[in-house]
Design a protein around this ligand. Structure first.
Ligand SMILES: [Mn+2]
Length: 256
């Protein structure tokens, strides 16, 4: 429904990722695409890292430096930022990175569990008992995000180990889905068909519900196998190379 897509995503054997960019002057898509590119480049080197948590922490630290460089190169990008929700597979387990109001869900059997907590002003009000969960959904400040990857401040560490078992299904999505489609519907759609089918039907459900925001859904199943296959699918703004600040810099940094 929108002319430009400020969301980016990535789906591959070692990494699932969603990033929802914000910022004027066409910079939201630069933020989400560039951060997504940096995290994917680091994930391609996962074999060389001791553990998935420190790898994602290093990647997010570099993503911040990279956005900062992007603003130096073009001050018109000042203020750009992006949410980031990512799950990395590693020999020694999984890690979850989360900043902002995109979300991660885990479907295990028939149970859907939200595995991220919104970094939003209204979630803080809910946690403090000041408003109800229902009030939060219609609150005028519901889109105010309190954590993201920006060019201004090094992100607060927000990576944790994630325990997953074979058969688990993961959904990472931007708020374009969860603002419009209730969790019960998400659970029903997610439990049927292949990951590709489920992702497509979730996006359709959001658009049918009147979605005006960009909607990005990345679905993956936990299975046995080699997580270090260097293959993946780019989603959204990251598909356009013009949205990348400096692709070579990201690749050079993570192979050092
Ligand atoms: Mn959004």
């Amino acid at each position: 429904m929108r002319e430009n897509n400020e969301d980016s995503g990535y789906a591959g054997p070692s990494l699932l990722l969603v990033a929802d960019g914000v910022g004027g002057n066409a910079a939201g898509e630069v933020a989400s695409a560039s951060v997504s590119h940096v995290i994917a480049a680091f994930a391609f080197q996962a074999e060389r890292h001791r553990n998935p948590v420190t790898l994602l922490e290093d990647a997010i630290g570099f993503a911040f430096t990279h956005l900062r460089q992007g603003v130096t190169l073009d001050p018109g990008r000042s203020g750009m930022a992006t949410t980031l929700t990512a799950v990395l597979a590693h020999r020694d387990g999984f890690a979850l990175a989360h900043l902002g109001d995109s979300r991660g869900y885990l479907l295990r059997g028939t149970m859907l569990q939200q595995i991220t907590r919104d970094d939003t002003f209204v979630q803080e009000l809910v946690d403090a008992g000041k408003i109800s969960r229902d009030d939060a959904a219609s609150h005028p400040y519901r889109s105010v995000v309190v954590k993201s990857v920006t060019a201004d401040d090094r992100p607060v560490t927000s990576v944790m180990p994630l325990h997953l078992v074979v058969g688990d299904r993961l959904l990472l999505c931007s708020d374009g889905l969860t603002d419009l489609v209730p969790d019960e519907t998400v659970a029903t759609i997610l439990s049927e068909g292949s990951p590709t089918d489920a992702a497509r039907r979730l996006v359709d459900a959001a658009l049918e519900a009147g979605g005006k925001d960009n909607v990005t859904c990345v679905v993956g199943d936990v299975c046995e196998g080699d997580p270090y296959i260097r293959a993946g699918q780019l989603v959204g703004a990251q598909q356009n190379p013009d949205n990348l600040i400096d692709p070579a810099a990201a690749l050079a940094q993570c192979t050092e």
